[in-house]
Design a binder for this molecule. Sequence first.
Ligand code: F6R
Length: 365
Amino acid sequence: EKGNFRHFMAKEMHEQPEVVAHTLAHYIDMANETVQLPTDLPFDFTKLERVSIAACGTAYYAGLIAKYWIERYARLPVEIDVASEFRYREAPLPRDGLMVVISQSGETADTLASLRYAREQGQHVMAVVNVPTSTIAREADVVMPTLAGPEIGVASTKAFTCQLATLAAVAVAAGRARGVLSADEERRLVRALVEVPRLMNEALKLGPVTETLSRAVSRVRDVLYLGRGTSFPLALEGALKLKEISYIHAEGYAAGELKHGPIALIDENMPVVVIAPYDNVFDKTMSNMQEVAARGGRIVLITDKTGAEHASLETEATLIMPDMDPAITPLVYAIPVQLLAYHTAVQMGTDVDQPRNLAKSVTVE
Ligand code: F6R
């Protein structure tokens, strides 16, 4: 049931504070402010040399963000691939390694094949999965459930942020086990995660602004999304969300890659959505934004108050996000990115919940 919402996608976007809180509660001991993985692991984080991740689409972007977290907080190297490549490229995998597959449906053919390949190669398989009765959940050694509830809209929203919440918990648990994070650092990260639902509610208030902005976006042919660090996978996710439901062509790029090609596309017709919380790479992203501005590009900046004060150039629109710990920005910045795609699709009059040519569960390769 859609309740008061026009589309399942809108309902599911607005459910995120609640389902992310629910998911976090599953992985966090609130009283002690520690991460507590719900099951005994059949492997030892301290003995791992490397983690491999495979997934498709939006779940793959969640995995890309997890790579940044696991490498930073647990000093554990991560390789990641889209499952359709991973399953055939015959990657050599370390003895007793860890394979993480991520899937909302738990039925995606390529992701399942990656799981099976990894098992044959003697890997421990962890599945971050939303449907607990799915094939992927059944075949994995360890299941890390995302508690998003049923996701009906074809475009993944709440499953994505619940995947991020789960993967953040895994990264922190690995960091603690490996002695990379101190108890104090763990507490800081846990406190930051616990703030996410409240911050998501704040971010959802950008609905009207993104709706206004969507009128301009719905008139263009192409949109470019830029981000650095953990905002880079979010740029990819923003572009995917926009193209799949509004049918407007969009590309996501690492901000630093701009000058290696895509800058040639910039003119006064193409909006460039820059995802740039005020974090350790903010200044670098700003200089990329200046390159866009100097070529007459139309900038839509998603940042916080401090970021807006430091961005000394004119934008077509600046969406102001609440202040937050840089560790959790991908979870909260996902919201304006989803809202913009949603409102643009509504403007275009497309079938938001059932976009053409797409299926909710891709069980053939
Ligand atoms: C995008 C989207 C798809 C899925 C992908 C993987 O909004 O929904 O890209 O993320 O097909 O599906 P699951 O997570 O079910 O394996």
